[in-house]
Design a protein around this ligand. Structure first.
Ligand code: CA
Length: 226
């Protein structure tokens, strides 16, 4: 089970990470709202633990944007403000649970377990953009019904583009999502370019319309022309 922990208070974040790991969770950490949003939208986590008071973008805004992108990852909000208004606001925006600070770790653990016991939710397993279809469960990509064989990293890249269709992805974001644990690449952006070029060849060469587009100096985007 992989937890995304978005918390700007270093001591608390470190201690939560340590305790979660001791309970067998894998943990990714973000220290501000923007970074938290970026990681959450990669849809690689089973649950997000999200502080409300955060630099750059507060937890409510992060939550609202995650839901606006139709990402259904379960979210537990943490806040120092225990007021009813905040609680209602959080739940209205699509939080799954709410934990006022200060709390004991075992309270958080109980809530995480309750959320993770729910039936495997609506993480979408069949993705579609124009005539591209990605079956995440069977790890199969088709365009216009024809199977396109993909290698592991190409598949991860394709899934990322399809989950974020219409949104521009920077090289660094792609690198983070597709090569998260490999930090030491000599020329990282070149690695992304090479893989995107391979993927484009597989999905777009000899076919119309072209779906995977380059925005010079910015990144890449998978567009649904309809
Ligand atoms: Ca905070």
């Amino acid at each position: 089970m992989k937890v995304l922990l978005v918390e700007d208070e270093p001591k608390l974040a470190q201690s939560l990470e340590k305790s979660l790991k001791a309970e067998g969770f894998a943990v990714d950490r973000a220290e501000d709202g923007l970074r938290g949003l970026e990681l959450a939208l990669g849809c690689r986590h089973d649950v997000v633990v999200l502080d409300v008071m955060l630099p750059f973008m507060d937890g409510f805004e992060v939550l609202a944007r995650i839901r606006r992108e139709r990402c259904k990852v379960p979210i537990i909000l943490l806040t120092a403000r225990g007021g009813l208004d905040d609680r209602i606001k959080g739940l209205d925006l699509g939080a799954d649970d709410y934990l006022p600070k200060p709390f004991e770790f075992r309270e958080l653990l109980a809530r995480l377990r309750a959320i993770l016991r729910r039936p495997p939710s609506e993480l979408q397993l069949a993705l579609r953009v124009a005539d591209l279809e990605l079956d995440v469960g069977r790890r199969e990509l088709r365009r216009a019904g024809e199977i396109i064989p993909l290698r592991t990293k190409e598949f991860a890249l394709m899934e990322l583009f399809m989950r974020r269709k219409g949104l521009v992805l920077s090289r660094s974001m792609i690198l983070d999502q597709v090569w998260p644990s490999d930090s030491d690449y000599g020329d990282a952006s070149n690695l992304v370019d090479v893989y995107v070029a391979q993927l484009r060849k597989k999905i777009d060469a000899g076919r119309e319309p072209k779906l995977l587009q380059t925005l010079r100096g910015t990144g890449y985007v998978l567009r649904d022309p309809s």
